[in-house]
Design a protein around this ligand. Structure first.
Ligand code: ATP
Ligand code: MG
Length: 450
């Protein structure tokens, strides 16, 4: 993309309505625009990152054997009456009437609808196990929408649902989700710690939330500091391997790590004092096992091997796709702007032409642009007739992890400059070597973009 032709409405001033850094930077970098309280338009660069995050979630869900599908955003109230949640959900549910006076609602989550689909079509234990998921807009009429996309009213969420014959199988699904989520967040450059949590209106006993530590997080969290030493890394996972998934689950959930809802002071005090941490965190996902709660309510049964009908064991699993943009920025920025991790960056590399109109500089930039594009990467070429300082400030604000700077003086010596946004370190390289290095950096971060 050439910046002169892109739509990147960068703000020079700090917007007064933004209380936290991620909201401020998303507005300043021209990624979102509020349309009404807690409801946003996703401007091109914000949309691009949203898609990158979404694509990582898809890749990791499919890798775990989960099946993508899509359900409607507007649902009839009937199924929610059947489950009892039409009344229980309260004011967060946006209720709508259609022209025939039917009660409809904008989906805050989809346990009822998916259970209805499964009860209609899944009749035998032979059809199990089954996990389907969607990435779809949700609406919750939050009392205090705030912090930009962190607590929106309309937000984008991955919601998945597993259907199993036995509790044991459903617990494997739970563990499998935990493992796939760890991998998902790590690919986004995030450490998200699974913490024992409260199940809220979804119901059930077993649940973990995934929290990214950040001062601006809305949840208070209590943990043994050694949980932050755990890293998922480059493990070879067989998602059908019950023991392997259970072992990883145990590894990541045995140490004390809880949100305030489940915090237990006595247990916490068993952690050595110098390792006891109280901090704040951003919830970026949650997994649940709730047994037969919905299948009982909606009559979702299958015939077992013994010919008897039995209720399906279920769980549901959510990732806050749009909230993740805020969480990533909270975890990765400096005074000058965003620092995107390679896995989710909107463009892989910036190209800054220090002297637009100079024949050698223009030609070298065009070459770099072509070579990176041909290698399947997306560079953002700042080809505007602007001063170098302004170009650098824009690049720093929008946070591309790598920048190639091209100027007539360097070119005389046959070099361009490759700079890391994270460390600020630069090296002078021949243009072809700079291209090769950028390609190598992204070898392990290939996500289809938009
Ligand atoms: P919270 O406690 O923050 O209100 P929740 O526990 O009600 O969230 P879940 O039902 O677990 O939310 O939804 C799954 C994920 O969707 C959450 O982990 C979170 O990342 C995201 N999410 C929930 N509510 C919002 C919101 N209002 N805006 C943006 N993302 C949200
Ligand atoms: Mg939650």
């Amino acid at each position: 993309m050439r910046l002169s032709r892109y739509f990147l409405p960068v703000l020079k001033e700090n917007p007064s309505e933004a209380q936290i850094v991620s909201h401020r930077l998303m507005l300043r970098a021209g990624m979102i625009k509020q349309s009404s309280a807690g409801i946003y338009s996703w401007l091109p660069m914000g949309f691009k990152v949203l898609r990158k995050i979404e694509n990582i979630v898809h890749e990791e869900q499919m890798r775990a054997g989960h099946i993508p599908m899509q359900m409607p955003t507007i649902q009839s109230a009937d199924l929610w009456r059947e489950s009892g949640r039409y009344d229980d959900y309260g004011e967060e549910m946006l209720r709508i009437k259609d022209r025939h006076d039917h009660d409809m609602l904008f989906t805050p989550t989809a346990e009822e609808l998916i259970t209805d689909i499964v009860r209609s079509h899944v009749k035998s234990y032979k059809d199990l196990p089954l996990t389907m998921y969607q990435i779809q807009w949700k609406f919750r009429d939050e009392r205090r929408p705030r912090f930009g996309v962190m607590r929106g009213r309309e937000f984008y969420m991955k919601d998945g649902y597993n259907f199993d014959l036995t509790k044991e199988d459903a617990l494997h699904a739970y563990n499998r989700h935990l493992v796939s989520y760890l991998r998902t967040y790590e690919r986004m450059g995030l450490q998200a710690i699974p913490m024992r949590a409260d199940s809220g209106p979804i119901g059930g006993d077993d649940t973990h939330e995934f929290l990214v530590l950040a001062e601006t997080g809305e949840s208070e969290v209590f943990y043994d500091s050694t949980v932050t030493d755990l890293s998922f890394g480059d493990r070879d996972i067989d998602y059908d391997n019950v023991e392997q998934c259970a072992a990883i689950m145990e590894e990541f959930t045995t140490k004390y790590a809880r949100t305030d809802e489940t915090h237990d002071e006595a247990l916490f005090n068993e952690v050595p004092e110098d390792r006891r941490k109280v901090a704040r965190g951003i919830e970026v996902g949650q997994i649940f096992y709730f047994g037969t709660k919905y299948s009982d309510a909606l009559g979702a049964t299958v015939q077992g091997a013994d010919g008897k009908n039995q209720a399906l064991h279920m769980g549901s699993h959510g990732i806050g796709v749009s909230r993740l943009l805020g969480a990533i920025i909270e975890a990765s920025h400096d005074d000058n702007g965003i620092i995107w991790p390679e896995g989710v960056t909107p463009f892989h590399c910036g190209i800054v032409n220090l002297k637009q109109g100079d024949e050698a500089a223009d030609g070298a930039c065009e070459d770099l642009y072509k070579q990176l594009t041909n290698a399947g990467l997306e560079p953002l070429y700042d080809d505007r007739n602007e001063r170098a300082g302004g170009k650098f400030a824009t690049m720093d604000l929008i946070g591309l992890p790598w920048r190639i700077t091209v100027g007539p003086r360097g070119l005389k010596n046959g070099v361009v400059e490759l700079t890391s946004r994270r460390t600020g370190e630069s090296e002078e390289l021949a243009p072809a070597d700079a291209v090769a290095k950028v390609i190598a950096i992204y070898e392990n971060h290939r996500v289809v973009g938009l």
